[in-house]
Structure formats: structure tokens, C-alpha cells
Design a protein around this ligand. Structure first.
Ligand SMILES: Cc1ncc(COP(=O)(O)O)c(CN[C@@H]2CONC2=O)c1O
Length: 503
């Protein structure tokens, strides 16, 4: 009996020594390991840890009671109210029984008739929000997207050239996946850039070909920069196939002039490069007279015969603008002058994922066809939209002013988007302390800011920046009533940081 017990304990012991893992960090896709996405990187992770500590009953050792997430353009996380009409329609499509005649009287007490009619129309076209839809997106909605594009630009759009997607991110990745045929493909991207692009290039093993935006010129795009960036890429033997433009810019907020856009189109035409126009912030325009938004689709169509075959992908999303429905994962991209075989391949790839989520598609429909003049909900819709717009514009100015008052900090005003990207001049001691801590100087500064104030921003190194310069990106989304206190906290932190590391 003793021997059998001994055998048991030995065998248990042997079993308890866990067998080697099949999947190890060393054995997974190296391209996945190369991916970095700073918007939800170290700072955001640290912020979640602090939130967790703050949620615990016992006291904590922070001089603040809450973390303010300024790291991500996520308006409704910062208490922005969803657009009423959009949620009324979406909620009615979720529970079709609300639209039954026997419920009409009760429902009309809560919902305006145009929301009820819109939900009925959508369900007539969709069937059920719980069903798979067409892989390219519901045709009725793609028709409405095409109508929106025609009304916006004054040129025809074809619903068959439009793909509804799980946010613009999915569209960008689908198109880049198609273009990247081998690891020697170069894709021109702005620096600073939104790290969806460097992350996707890393994942698909393509090479970024950086062109630098000019901070001294309000983050302007200089054609000579494009030309030199391209020649560097080609001199390395890269097959440079596409140029990414983010307009309005993220993190830099610049909005291109029509003249600059024509130059870019001409550059791509002459260099035989496909243009990817990321236009998700097209309604986040805060200097509408000096810097109105022009779509690349419109600019190309206005440039005449020479450019009639110019190849363009344009991306849009329900996550931005005054809508901020980020969690719905709604968006689209339009293919302009793209060969029909390519459209078929894009469709085939879209069908592998079956379809974008239907509520995201409904939100795209609401974005492109909101209540129009004469509709019952038009006035209230416009009021909500303008209030959000004016508040965003005020907050962008207030926060830019706040940053520009910080010693050694300069910050361009936001012409568009949702972000400010101030430049920091840090004392040498701070830079040395950062290196001691194994951090980049702007990471070091942002981590110190988070621990001191609860404000979570993203270091400029997460977006790319000129060598020797340091920045951070902050949204201007915190509610207006918090901004004054927010700025006082930042000023106090900044002064104490400089004092601690003064040379
Ligand atoms: C320029 C740009 N393109 C695409 C996307 C993706 O949007 P979807 O939600 O439609 O996929 C974002 C999101 N902005 C990120 C998310 O929040 N803060 C940012 O910098 C973006 O800023």
C-alpha cells in the first residue's frame, strides 16, 4: 500500500510539473509582436491600474479622485451625449414589437413620428438587425452613403464602390492588406501619424516610408517632403505603392488647403501611387472659413480628364464628428477608379468576415442621412449638433491656450480633429532621468503627469516626431466645466516637474 501511495505522489508530482506550453511568446507570429499601438499602450494600461486602485475602498496615495482619459478620441467616454434621434431610431430597430400597431399610441408618447418612420423603413430594408447582411453592407444604406457623397462633393458616387465596415480601422486594414504583396512594399505615412498605420504595416510586414509634417507651418504638408521621402524609400529598393493622408490630421489637427490637395494628387499621379484618404474627422472643422474640409474625391473629380483614372480609397467613420458613436463600430470606405477585379477581391475578403455589424451600419445610415429641414426632429437634431460643435471648438481653444501657457511648451491650435499635440522642451536632467528609468523623455513626462494629476495623455513618441523633439497628444474632450480645474492641475504639475529636474 505504501509503495502504491509513493507511486501516486510521485506521479502526481510529475503531473503537477506543468508540461511545456504549446504557444510561447517565442513561437507566435513575429509580425504581431512588432505591432505597437500607443493610444492604448503603457499610459492607458497604467491609467486602468490607477482607476482600479481608486475604486478600492481604502484611501489611496493620489492627489486626485478620478482618471481623465485624454488618450483616446472617445467622446461618449467623456460624457458627450449621443444624438437623440440616432438613438431613438436605433432603439426602435432593436425591438421591432415596439412598431406594432397595438403599441403605436404608447410609443408615440416617447418617440417622434419621423424616428418611428425611419426605423420602419430601415427594418423593411434590413429584415432583422440580428441577421447577417450583405457582406459589403446593406445596399439600401450604401445607396444613402452614395447620395451623401454626391450631395457633399457634387459628383456621382456608385453604391457598388462603397464598403460598409467595422469602423474605419477595418477598412484601412482591408485596403492595406490588399496592397501589400511582399515585405519590400513601402507605404508613405505622415509623421506624426495615427498608429493604426504603423501597426498595420508591422502586422502585414510592409515598410513605412515616413514624410514629416511641418510643425512650424501649422503641421502643413510640404510637397518637397513627399518627394524626398519617396526618393529615400525608392533608393532603399522599396516598391512604394501608396500614400496615406489623414485630413484633418490625427494627432496634429491640420486641415489641408485645396491647393495643397491638388499638389498631392498630382504627385501621386506622376509617381504612380495609390492615395488612401483618411477623412474620419471631416466634420471636425474648427476654422470653417479659413480651412474648410474638401474631400479628395471632389478634388480629383474637379481636376479634369488627366486625373479621371486616378486611384483613391476614402475612409469615413461614425466614431468622430459630432456623433462619437465609437463603440458601434460603424464606417465605410469608397473606392474611386479602382479596377472591378480589385473590388471583387475586396468583396471576397469582406465575405470571409460575413458582414459588418448591423447597428454600426444603421449608424452610418443615420450619419449620412440625418433629419433634414422640415422633418419633425430637424430642429432638435441641429440644436444638439451645434451645441456639441461649438463646445468642441471652445474646448480646443481653451486647452491650446492652457498648453501654450506652460513653460517651454508650444502648441498649434487645432484646425480640425479632436486632438492637440503640444511640443515639450524638457531640461537635460529630465531627459537623463528618463533614460535612467528606461523611458523616452515624453513617456517619462506623461507617466509623471498621470501619477500627479490623473490625466492620461499619449507620448508623442507613440505617433512619431522629428528627432530631438518631444510632444504629447491630448484630446480636448473633457467636459467644459472640468477644463479650468484640469488646466490648473496641469500647470501645477508642469511647474513642479520642471523644478524637480531643473538644470
Ligand atoms: C485618423 C483615424 N483613422 C481611423 C480611426 C479609426 O476609427 P474607427 O473607430 O472608425 O475604427 C481613428 C480613430 N481614432 C483613434 C481612436 O481614438 N483616438 C484615436 O486616435 C483615427 O483617428
Amino acid at each position: 500500500l505504501k509503495i502504491s501511495k509513493l507511486n501516486m505522489s510521485v506521479s502526481n508530482h510529475v503531473q503537477s510539473a506543468s508540461p511545456a506550453k504549446i504557444l510561447t511568446y517565442e513561437s507566435i507570429n513575429p509580425h504581431v509582436k512588432r505591432v505597437e499601438y500607443a493610444v492604448r499602450g503603457e499610459l492607458a494600461i497604467r491609467a486602468e491600474q490607477i482607476k482600479d486602485e481608486l475604486s478600492k475602498e481604502n484611501s489611496h496615495n493620489y492627489d486626485f479622485d478620478a482618471v481623465v482619459n485624454c488618450n483616446i478620441g472617445n467622446p461618449q467616454q467623456l460624457k458627450q451625449k449621443p444624438i437623440t434621434f440616432f438613438r431613438q431610431v436605433a432603439s426602435l430597430t432593436e425591438y421591432p414589437d415596439l412598431l406594432l400597431p397595438e403599441n403605436r399610441e404608447q410609443v408615440e408618447a416617447l418617440y417622434p413620428t419621423d424616428a418611428i418612420e425611419r426605423a420602419q423603413k430601415l427594418l423593411k430594408e434590413i429584415g432583422s438587425v440580428g441577421a447577417y447582411s450583405h457582406s459589403q453592407g446593406i445596399h439600401y444604406i450604401r445607396n444613402n452613403v452614395a447620395k451623401f457623397i454626391e450631395e457633399r462633393d457634387g459628383y456621382p458616387a456608385n453604391p457598388n464602390d462603397i464598403f460598409l465596415t467595422q469602423g474605419a480601422s477595418a477598412g484601412v486594414q482591408a485596403v492595406l492588406q490588399l496592397i501589400i504583396t511582399h515585405s519590400n512594399v513601402g507605404i508613405m505615412i505622415p509623421i506624426p501619424q495615427y498608429p493604426l498605420y504603423t501597426a498595420t504595416l508591422a502586422l502585414y510586414d510592409a515598410q513605412p516610408v515616413p514624410y514629416y509634417l511641418n510643425e512650424e507651418e501649422d503641421w502643413g504638408l510640404d510637397l518637397s517632403q513627399l518627394a524626398s521621402s519617396l526618393s529615400v524609400g525608392r533608393s532603399k529598393g522599396l516598391d512604394v505603392r501608396a500614400l496615406v493622408i489623414i485630413n484633418p490630421g490625427n494627432p496634429t489637427g491640420q486641415c489641408l488647403t485645396e491647393h495643397n490637395m491638388r499638389e498631392i494628387v498630382d504627385f501621386c499621379h506622376n509617381e504612380h501611387i495609390v492615395l488612401l484618404a483618411d477623412e474620419v474627422y471631416q466634420t471636425n472643422i474648427y476654422q470653417p472659413d479659413e480651412r474648410p474640409f474638401h474631400s479628395f474625391k471632389k478634388v480629383i473629380r474637379s481636376m479634369g480628364k488627366k486625373y479621371e483614372r486616378f486611384e483613391l480609397f476614402s475612409f469615413h467613420s461614425v466614431s468622430k464628428g459630432m456623433i462619437g458613436e465609437c463603440g458601434r463600430r460603424g464606417g465605410y470606405y469608397e473606392c474611386t477608379n479602382i479596377d472591378s477585379r480589385i473590388i471583387e477581391e475586396l468583396y471576397k475578403m469582406a465575405s470571409v468576415s460575413l458582414c459588418p455589424n448591423v447597428q454600426g451600419q444603421i449608424m452610418v445610415d443615420l450619419m449620412v442621412q440625418p433629419p433634414k429641414r422640415g422633418d419633425k426632429s430637424y430642429t432638435s437634431y441641429q440644436k444638439e449638433l451645434n451645441e456639441i460643435y461649438e463646445s468642441l471648438r471652445r474646448r480646443s481653444m481653451k486647452l491650446s491656450e492652457c498648453f501654450n501657457q506652460l513653460e517651454g511648451v508650444t502648441c498649434n491650435n487645432a484646425q480640425g480633429s479632436m486632438y492637440l499635440f503640444p511640443q515639450l522642451r524638457l531640461p537635460q536632467k529630465a531627459i537623463e532621468a528618463a533614460h535612467q528609468a528606461g523611458k523616452k523623455p515624453d513617456e517619462f513626462y506623461c507617466l509623471a503627469m498621470l501619477d500627479a494629476t490623473g490625466v492620461c495623455v499619449v507620448p508623442g513618441s507613440g505617433f512619431g516626431q522629428k528627432n530631438g523633439t518631444w510632444h504629447f497628444r491630448s484630446t480636448f474632450l473633457p467636459p467644459e466645466e472640468l477644463l479650468d480645474g484640469f488646466c490648473i492641475k496641469l500647470q501645477k504639475f508642469h511647474n513642479e516637474f520642471l523644478e524637480k529636474y531643473c538644470d
